[in-house]
Write a protein that binds this ligand. Structure first.
Ligand code: GUN
Length: 280
């Protein structure tokens, strides 16, 4: 029987653990606060930001929302970040991506104080992950590690293949699996003989950004398959990068879309906010 990895239930459990922790921190006089900045009115970003604010409210984290107009300049955005860096009561700063084209995303990420970088996107956070030092870890790959651990799936010694090499998912995912003592291969759009490589995987993490690209020809029987993709198909239904109906019967465990990886990102953001508020 294929194990369906229930990201909704696991993220709910993490949020409840954090809620209890935030409550106890409040008793000691510590209040956690996240500042969320959105520039422009990208509808998808507005939904994500709304969900982040909702999660904060549920857990008991204060959220400060900055909804800036599309024409906000680089200087104005950097000035706001500098102010939030200096604000003692703000523990975490999140700038929702993508930013409008006239803004240099890399410079904005670098401007965030690494102690408040709850997204884990700052080069210092990425460098710390790379050399095994403490720092914030990008939320989606951190959530995938939690999904595996809380589903009783061993990583150490396993052949792990990550398809995708983005800064937000693929690269930190590979580093985290390596930190858990997996044997890690990163495949990408220029990889030759992709099926040959993915068929070696005991744990296959798919972040290619192409709907239903991964069929059973890419998957070893009994593998664990983690699907990071989220798309709308021709019938307006959500689907992932993995052809779920084709692949699920041959694997030992799989994440559905929706309800797999998706809910974990916010749970791990909340985890990082609590860490930001308690790390000294
Ligand atoms: N846009 C899409 N995903 C993310 C995320 O995890 N963090 C931020 N800041 N922007 C995003």
């Amino acid at each position: 029987m294929t194990q369906i990895i229930d990201g909704k239930a696991i993220s709910a459990a993490i949020k409840d653990e954090l809620k209890a922790e935030v409550e106890s921190l409040k008793g000691e006089g510590t209040q956690i606060c996240l500042a969320v900045i959105q520039v422009g009115n990208d509808p998808a970003s507005a939904v994500y930001v709304g969900n982040k604010k909702k999660a904060c409210a549920y857990i008991g984290i204060d959220s400060l929302a900055y909804e800036l107009p599309e024409e906000t300049t680089q200087e104005e955005l950097l000035k706001l970040i500098a102010e939030l860096n200096d604000k003692g009561e703000v523990n975490g700063i999140l700038v929702q991506l993508p930013l409008p084209d006239h803004i240099d995303e890399d410079e904005v990420i670098r401007a965030i104080d690494p102690k408040k970088d709850v997204d884990g996107f700052h080069p210092q956070s990425v460098g710390a992950l790379c050399i095994g030092q403490p720092g914030f870890v990008s939320c989606t790959p951190a959530g995938i590690i939690q999904l595996l651990k809380r589903s009783g799936i061993e990583i150490a010694g396993k052949e792990c293949v990550v398809i995708g090499r983005s800064n937000i998912v693929g690269k930190p995912m590979a580093l985290l699996l390596l930190r858990e003592n997996g044997t890690v291969t990163v495949a990408h759009s220029k990889t030759k003989n992709l099926q040959e490589i993915t068929k070696r995987a005991d744990i296959l993490v798919v972040a290619v950004g192409r709907p239903k690209m991964i069929t059973r020809e890419y998957v070893k029987e009994g593998a664990v398959v983690i699907d990071v993709g989220i798309h709308r198909n021709e019938n307006n239904k959500l689907c992932g990068d993995v052809d779920y109906d084709d692949v699920a019967p041959i694997c030992s465990a799989i994440t559905p879309v929706p309800g797999g990886v998706g809910p974990m990102t916010i749970a791990m953001l909340m985890h990082n906010c609590v860490e930001a508020g308690t790390r000294r």
